[in-house]
Design a protein around this ligand. Sequence first.
Ligand code: ADP
Ligand code: ASP
Ligand code: MG
Length: 408
Amino acid sequence: MALIVQKYGGTSMGSPERIRSVARRVAKFRAQEHQVVVVVSAMSGETNRLIALARELSSNPDPRELDVVISTGEQVTIALLALALQEIGVAAKSYTGAQVKILTDSAHTKARILSIDQAGIRADLDAGKVVIVAGFQGVDEHGAITTLGRGGSDTTGVALAAALSADECQIYTDVDGVYTTDPRIVPEARKLDTITFEEMLEMASLGSKVLQIRSVEFAGKYKVKLRVLSSFEEENEGTLITVEENKNMEHPVISGIAFNRDEAKITVLGVPDQPGIAYQILGPVAEANIDVDMIIQNVGRDGLTDFSFTVSRGDLDRTTNVLDRVKAGIGAAAIEADQSLCKVSVVGVGMHSHPGVAAKMFKTLSAEGINIRMISTSEIKISVAIEEKYLELAVRVLHKAFDLDQAR
Ligand code: ADP
Ligand code: ASP
Ligand code: MG
């Protein structure tokens, strides 16, 4: 008997028929005597619909109330799945995040999980019930409902698996694993049987939404056995996220390509080219709790320079507001915003022992006439900002250039 946490995403829960199919899979695991905790997302499209509704009534929704609205999608699906399981003779009970007591901080719409009360879940599992928990939501110390950020049900799943010391956490989705890149963009993308935590962490943070980044962080920290697999196929192995670095000499230099459309570039024009200027610009931005991604300071001329950086598009207005306030103090001539960029990244743990990855990446893009606007690198990734209209082309040509479409 094993304890398994299964998480089903929006498409997997997208219709009564899909929910019945999830129930049948859960029943199969119960029939093998496994204890099963299921974490579900809202039906696909529902969270977007709820956000749009809130925005219709408020141009700048109060985060506390927004969380109350957008957490309702998962409250529907937990009970629907419980009903579907009961209908086929499987004892099941649903829990909202607050009912479990998934305690989070109070950072509405991007809360972090602090602790999980296991008592109720354990008692139900021991009584032979399937426990169904609403993904994406928790409760803060004041009893306010919180949500964990888009895609947060993955994190609920992995956090529960960690808290319960589950034998495995299975993330069921609409693709059968983690691919070399998003298979919706590159049909030649190949499924990976395994990927290291490090690589998965980079892929997730660079925009591969197949797993929410915090779920990968949790899995790495608490050594959760994590697998991504398809809810549409009867039997499949999916992709195992491994702690071990792949010792195989044949391990490819590049494992995958990630991309992110959610980039906005801000340029502070004509600032004095002197020590401390980066701090004067980015200090107030950091104080406003805005994450900065790529940064570039242009070569100065006549004692002046331009300073550019990227933030997520949702933070653009706040960032320009902050800079408008400090503009005079730093002596900037103007502030420009540009939302036409995106970011494309190649990721691979093999990169640090193989020089020439950057050169190959830049050569491949230049052969297509794609201009690189910004660059950032780490030990295991190289990211470039390019015009968004070239995104799909860039991902496709890089995928081919690094032989990711070749079977290994
Ligand atoms: P769920 O609703 O199940 O959480 P998501 O839409 O959040 O599903 O994540 C699955 C989607 O992630 C896939 O449909 C795929 O388009 C996308 N995706 C992006 N990058 C990758 C990748 N490298 N491998 C697999 N899927 C990816
Ligand atoms: N329903 C939430 C979202 O759409 C959480 C999730 O699906 O993981 O972001
Ligand atoms: Mg998701």
